[in-house]
Design a binder for this molecule. Structure first.
Ligand code: G3H
Length: 496
């Protein structure tokens, strides 16, 4: 149970504490923030509403702890991360329970998220030992006009304090995908979890606490974005921001100072289906890609662009699978569960009504109860409909029929987003040409878009983000290069 057993110390009455200076604390604000269960639409948990003064203290502690951490041997940092990963996996049940209650993630997927997170942390520890244990050695005589009088030694050093802001849909996994690279690289870490997902994140942070990381190295502040959001992202102590979420990321990037940013801000991932595609494979991937976690994934299939000649057949196959999707509460492991909030459900409904008014074909009847929206496939969507361009973040998927591959590529590239896309064809040569033409960070050939496995590079073009993630890229991004040049009085050439 959440807040019980080894997690009892993170709870005070009915409000979860925040984590600072190696301790679980109550905010001096005396205020709390309610977390509404998307299924019941009632307050399920409460977290501390931290103040700006508390953020200042956290930043001071993070700065001080980082100085010592940077001098902690790499193998020791890795050892602590492995320990945290093991504790996290051991306590997957209560953490998964939080994910079910806070964000209505189906129970099985919630457990998977925690296990995947433990694996990510361990892999990150191993990768860090490999790539941070090596530097570069350069000699000067490779550049014109130089003798071999200079030896340059380069290594990767920490940035300082990393601010991590993960989104509601993976509050544990997308938190550790920022925490683990930051720590292995010698940084300290301040986490601001999403409000929905905060309690799962606090439980995860407790696993790091139990692993024995030094005081102040990791902190987790909860509270209202309006109170501490800008204050955190514009804080002078922050040396790097890793953010995943919506277009708030664009304003963060405009306000942040001269610091490295890593941002993933959503997508409108297109699924281009050619005439020779295996339509059963496509239909299975559209269901998995479009409807898992009720479409609330940045990498969900968000528009199907299918060649007219195979469109009827594909739509029939997808329809036959949509009726089999179970709809209901996350506790019962239903495929489709309530979307995260009432405002999200209202937004999705707005897109559906716009499509209806403009003449899209409804393959199922539109149905909604509270935050629960039944899966809906919209055929014959045209570019003048909002759903053709906007990201519903819900179980509603538009199908646009195309007359040529070029039309599909054009639609994909006309989007503001450029996260991932996919193409289905048996012709690998065509698939490569289409992949090269699609302006997205990743193109999947014959499979739905996905971030994982978590060590693959993950990046968005255009409004989908800045920088590349994935374990190796995140470690590199959270370091800077330092050079030391040894100047010799006379050229020296190593003899064999
Ligand atoms: O929601 C954004 C995530 O980065 C997508 O991750 O492909 O593992 O669902 P996923």
């Amino acid at each position: 149970m959440a807040g019980n057993g080894i997690f009892a110390e993170i709870l005070d009455g009915d409000v979860f504490k925040y984590y600072a200076d190696g301790e679980w604390k109550k905010s001096n604000s005396g205020k709390s923030v309610p977390i509404v269960n998307p299924t019941t639409r009632r307050t399920h948990y409460k977290v501390q509403a931290c103040s700006q003064e508390e953020v200042n203290k956290v930043m001071e502690a993070a700065k001080a702890a980082q100085k010592l951490w940077a001098k902690t041997p790499l193998w020791k940092r890795a050892e602590l991360l492995h320990k945290a990963a093991a504790i996290l996996k051991e306590h997957k049940a209560p953490i998964a329970e939080c994910l079910v209650k806070e964000i209505a993630k189906p129970a099985k997927d919630a457990v998977t998220e925690v296990i995947r997170s433990g694996d990510l942390v361990s892999y990150c520890a191993e990768e860090g030992v490999r790539i941070l244990g090596e530097g570069k050695f350069l000699v000067s005589d490779s550049f014109p006009g130089n003798e071999r009088t200079k030896y340059c030694l380069t290594s990767k050093i920490p940035l300082g304090v990393v601010l991590a802001i993960p989104p509601f849909n993976y509050p544990v996994n997308l938190a550790v995908s920022k925490i683990a690279p930051a720590l292995i690289a010698g940084n300290s870490l301040v986490l601001k979890p999403p409000t929905q997902g905060a309690v799962a994140a606090l439980h995860m942070v407790h696993c790091f606490h139990l692993a024995g990381f030094p005081k102040g190295l990791i902190s987790c502040v909860t509270g209202k974005g309006s109170e501490i959001g800008d204050f955190l992202t514009m804080h002078p102590a922050v040396n790097c921001i890793s953010f995943t979420g919506g277009d708030t990321g664009i304003s963060i990037s405009k306000k942040a100072g001269m610091i490295p940013l890593q941002m993933e801000l959503g997508g409108k991932d297109a699924c281009i289906v050619l005439e020779d595609a295996d339509l059963d494979l496509v239909a299975a991937n559209i269901i998995k890609g479009g409807f898992s976690y009720s479409g609330q994934r940045c990498t969900a299939v968000k528009v199907v662009l299918v060649m007219e000649s195979v469109a009827d057949s594909l739509v029939e196959k997808v329809k036959a699978k949509v009726v089999k999707l179970t709809v209901g509460p996350p506790e019962e492991n239903c495929d489709i569960t309530p979307v995260v909030s009432e405002s999200s459900a209202n937004f999705i409904e707005g897109l559906v009504m716009d499509a209806k008014q403009k003449g899209a074909t409804f393959c199922q009847e539109y149905r909604r109860e509270g935050n629960l929206i039944w899966p809906l496939l919209l055929d014959n969507v045209r570019p003048d409909m909002r759903i053709a361009w906007e990201e519903p973040f819900g179980p509603v998927l538009p199908v646009i029929r195309i007359g040529s591959v070029e039309e599909g590529i054009h639609h994909c590239n006309a989007s503001n987003f450029g996260l991932q896309g996919c193409v289905f064809t048996k012709d690998i040569n065509k698939a490569m040409l289409i992949s090269d033409a699609m302006e997205t960070g990743t193109v999947q050939i014959n499979s739905a878009p996905a971030r994982g496995p978590d060590h693959f590079p993950f990046q968005g073009f255009k409004d989908s983000g800045i920088g590349s993630q994935g374990i190796t890229n995140s470690i590199n991004m959270m370091t800077k290069v330092k050079s030391t040049v040894i100047n010799l009085p006379s050229p020296s050439y190593t003899m064999g």
